[in-house]
Design a protein around this ligand. Structure first.
Ligand code: S6P
Length: 616
C-alpha cells in the first residue's frame, strides 16, 4: 500500500478493495466493507507503516493510559480533554460522556471534557468550516482548561490535517508545565499535512515534528489502510479512534480503581476483542445487506431513512445521520437520527439545541410529531436498541410507525440466551443468586415475548447475538471492564449504520468507483480533495481543474479579477451555499461545455455516476 498512489497520505488514498463498489450489490458492498474494516487489525510487515498492534503503538497506548491513571487517582485541578473536528469531535463527545458516567457510578467526579470544532451543533450537523481555524481550536482549549493545573490533551485528526487540532497541540507544546499533548491519527508522521494555515507560523507537519522531539508528548498514529470511500474518515478512522480511546481510558480506569495495572498485554487483548466485535458483526452480512437495500430503495425513490435509537446506540445513529450531508452532499432530511429522551439523554455542554430549528429536533416525540405524519412506504424506519433498553417502549413506537407505513426494520443486540452460563461466573450468596437468577430469567422471558411482537411488525430484523457471559449484567458492565459490553455494541452499531448509509448512497448512484464526487467543498481539506478528484477523473492539469472548480463555486463562466487571488477560506465560504459544484466542474472539464450547460446536463441526469459515465 505504501507505493500505491504515492503522493497521497494513507487516509486519502483510494482502496483497491473497493474500486468497483459503485457497481456492487448490497451484499457485495457489505462484504467489501468487511474486508476494509479487517485491515484495521492487519499486522505490521517489513517496510510498511506501523499498525494498531505494532509494539511501538501498544507501548505508547500504555504510556498514555498511565498518564490518564495519574489524573484519575488525583483529579484535583486536572482534566482529560478529548478534541477533534467532525466525526473525530463526535467520538470525543461519546467517549468523554461514557467514561464520565462510569466515574459517577463509582462516586468519583468527572474528569473528561470534549471539544468539537463548531460547538455542540456540530455533533448533529455538518460544520466543516471551523476545522480550518487553528486559533479557534487554541481558544476553545484554553477556555475548557481555565484554572486547571494538569491537563492530558488528546487531539484527534484522522488525516493528521485539521488546523483546529494543530492550533491546540501547538498551544500544549508551548505550555508543557500544564499540558501533556497526545495526537491520534492514522497517517505516518511524514504524511502530516504541510500546508500553511491562516495566521500561523506552523503547519500540522511541523507540530508533529515538534511532538516527536518532545519527551512529554505522545503520537499514536497507526495506519489502518485507506477508507472504503476515499477520504471518508468517518468509517475506519472513526472506528479506530473509538477503539484507541476506549483501550487507553479503560486501562487507566481499571488501573486507578480495580488494582489492575496497565500492561501492554492487556492492551493487545483489548484490541483483539474489538477485532472479534468486527467479525461477529459482519457475520450477519445478509441482515446488514437487507437494511442497505431497504435504505437504498428509499433514497433512490426520493424517500428518507430514519433511525430511532435508544441510549448510546442512538447517539451513534445521530452521528451517522449528520455525516451524510458532508460525505454525500445529502439533504439533512435524507437520513435522520432520533434518540429516546432527546437532549436530556444526550446531555451535551450547551443543553437543548431545538431552538436552532427542525433539524435539531432529535427526540422520538419530535419524530412522531414532525416526521411520521409525512412518512410513506417509500421511506425506511430502523429501530436500534439492545435488550437492556426499554423494549416495551420500542414495541410501542413500532406500533405507532406501523399504523402509518410498512417499511419498518429492527436492529438489536442481545445475549445468546444462556443465562446460566453467565450466572456461574458470579460467586455470591445463594439466596441472592436465586433472586438474581429469577429476575434475569423473568426479564429475558419478557424480552423474548416483546421482541417477538416487534419482529412481527418489521419487514426485516437484524439481531446480533453476543456471548452470554457478561450480558445479563449489562447495567453493571456500563461501569468498567477492560472489554465492556456497551463498547462492543457501540462499535458494532457504528459499523452497521456506516454500512447502511454508505451502501444506500452507493445504490443511489452518488459514488463513482470508490470516490464521492458530489463532495461538499466546505473546508480546505475538501477543497484540495475536490481538485485532486477532478484531476484524476478528467486527466487535466491541476491549475485547469482548480479553475473549473472555482467557476462552479462562484457560478461564473469566466474568473473575474479578484476571485483567483482570494484565499481558500473565501472559496469554501462561498461554496457553502452551492450544490453539485464538483460534478458541474467535471462535466465542464470533460466536455468543454459552459457551466450553464453542465448544470442542465446534471439536472437531466441526477445520478452523478451515470452523468459522469456518459461523458467519460
Ligand atoms: C469524514 C467526516 C469529517 C471528518 C473531519 C475531521 O468522513 O465527514 O467530518 O471527521 O473532517 O477529519 P480529521 O481527519 O481531522 O479527523
Amino acid at each position: 500500500m505504501g507505493d500505491y498512489e504515492p503522493s497521497l497520505p494513507v487516509s486519502e488514498k483510494s482502496n483497491p478493495l473497493t474500486c468497483d463498489i459503485d457497481r456492487a450489490s448490497a451484499e457485495s458492498i457489505v462484504k467489501m466493507l468487511h474486508r476494509c474494516d479487517v485491515q484495521m487489525f492487519q499486522e505490521e510487515s517489513e517496510g510498511t507503516y506501523q499498525r494498531l498492534l505494532s509494539d511501538q503503538v501498544v507501548k505508547t497506548l500504555a504510556e498514555v493510559a498511565k498518564r490518564a491513571e495519574l489524573i484519575l487517582k488525583d483529579p484535583q485541578d486536572s482534566l482529560v480533554v478529548l478534541s477533534g473536528c467532525g466525526t473525530s469531535g463526535r467520538l470525543a463527545f461519546l467517549i468523554a460522556a461514557r467514561f464520565n458516567r462510569a466515574l459517577r457510578q463509582l462516586k468519583q467526579n468527572p474528569v473528561y471534557s470534549y471539544i468539537i470544532a463548531g460547538g455542540d451543533r456540530a455533533l448533529l450537523s455538518s460544520q466543516e468550516a471551523p476545522e480550518d481555524d487553528p486559533k479557534l481550536g487554541m481558544l476553545s482549549l484554553k477556555k475548557v482548561c481555565e484554572g486547571k493545573k494538569r491537563v492530558l490533551f488528546v487531539g484527534i485528526s484522522c488525516g493528521l490535517s485539521a488546523p483546529f487540532v494543530a492550533g491546540q497541540l501547538d498551544f500544549c507544546l508551548q505550555h508543557p508545565e500544564v499540558y501533556t499533548p497526545v495526537l491520534i491519527g492514522f497517517n505516518p508522521a511524514h504524511q502530516a499535512r504541510d500546508e500553511a494555515m491562516p495566521g500561523c507560523t506552523f503547519t500540522f507537519h511541523s507540530v508533529v515534528q515538534r511532538m516527536q522531539e518532545h519527551a512529554n508528548a505522545f503520537l499514536i498514529n497507526p495506519a489502518v489502510g485507506p477508507e472504503a470511500i476515499s477520504g471518508s474518515s468517518r468509517m475506519k478512522g472513526g472506528s479506530a479512534t473509538k477503539i484507541l480511546l476506549e483501550v487507553v481510558l479503560s486501562a487507566a480506569q481499571a488501573a486507578a480503581f480495580s488494582r489492575t495495572p496497565v500492561t501492554c498485554n492487556g492492551i493487545v487483548q483489548h484490541i483483539g476483542a474489538h477485532k472479534r466485535t468486527v467479525d461477529v458483526t459482519y457475520s450477519e452480512c445478509e441482515g446488514i445487506a437487507a437494511l442497505v437495500e431497504a435504505a437504498g430503495r428509499s433514497l433512490q425513490g426520493g424517500g428518507c431513512v430514519c433511525y430511532l435509537g435508544w441510549g448510546s446506540l442512538a447517539v451513534l445513529s445521530l452521528m451517522d445521520a449528520s455525516e451524510c450531508n458532508p460525505t454525500f452532499g445529502a439533504d439533512y432530511e435524507d437520513v435522520r437520527g432520533f434518540i429516546s429522551g432527546g437532549y436530556a439523554e444526550l446531555n451535551i455542554n450547551e443543553g437543548s439545541l431545538t431552538s436552532l430549528g427542525p433539524d435539531f429536533c432529535i427526540a422520538h416525540e419530535d419524530f412522531l410529531h414532525l416526521l411520521l405524519p409525512r412518512l410513506t412506504d417509500k421511506d425506511t424506519v430502523l429501530l436500534i436498541y439492545t435488550h437492556c433498553d426499554d423494549v416495551g417502549d420500542v414495541l410501542k413506537l413500532a406500533r405507532r410507525v406501523r399504523e402509518k407505513m410498512v417499511n419498518l426494520h429492527a436492529f438489536y443486540h442481545q445475549a445468546d440466551g444462556d443465562t446460566s452460563a453467565a450466572l456461574q461466573q458470579v460467586s455470591i450468596h445463594q439466596s441472592l443468586f436465586l433472586y438474581i437468577y429469577v429476575s434475569i430469567y423473568r426479564s429475558v422471558y419478557v424480552f423474548f415475548l416483546l421482541q417477538d411482537d416487534i419482529n412481527k411488525l418489521c419487514l426485516s430484523t437484524l439481531n446480533i447475538t453476543w456471548p452470554a457471559a457478561a450480558m445479563p449484567f449489562c447495567r453493571q458492565n456500563r461501569t468498567l471492564s477492560s472489554v465492556s459490553v456497551p463498547q462492543q455494541w457501540e462499535l458494532s452499531t457504528k459499523l452497521v449504520l456506516n454500512a447502511v448509509s454508505t451502501g444506500a448512497h452507493i445504490l443511489k448512484g452518488k459514488i463513482y468507483q470508490n470516490h464521492m464526487i458530489d463532495v461538499q467543498v466546505t473546508n480546505s481539506k475538501l477543497y484540495r480533495r475536490a481538485t485532486r478528484l477532478l484531476q484524476r477523473l478528467s486527466g487535466r492539469p491541476g491549475p485547469q481543474c482548480e479553475e473549473a472548480l472555482l467557476k462552479a463555486i462562484y457560478q461564473v463562466e469566466e474568473l473575474t479579477g479578484d476571485i483567483p487571488s482570494c484565499d481558500i477560506t473565501t472559496h469554501t465560504h462561498k461554496a457553502r451555499s452551492r450544490t453539485k459544484v464538483v460534478p458541474a466542474a467535471l462535466v465542464c472539464l470533460l466536455t468543454g461545455c459552459s457551466l450553464v450547460e453542465a448544470e442542465s446536463h446534471l439536472k437531466q441526469r441526477p445520478i452523478i455516476r451515470e452523468a459522469v459515465e456518459e461523458l467519460l
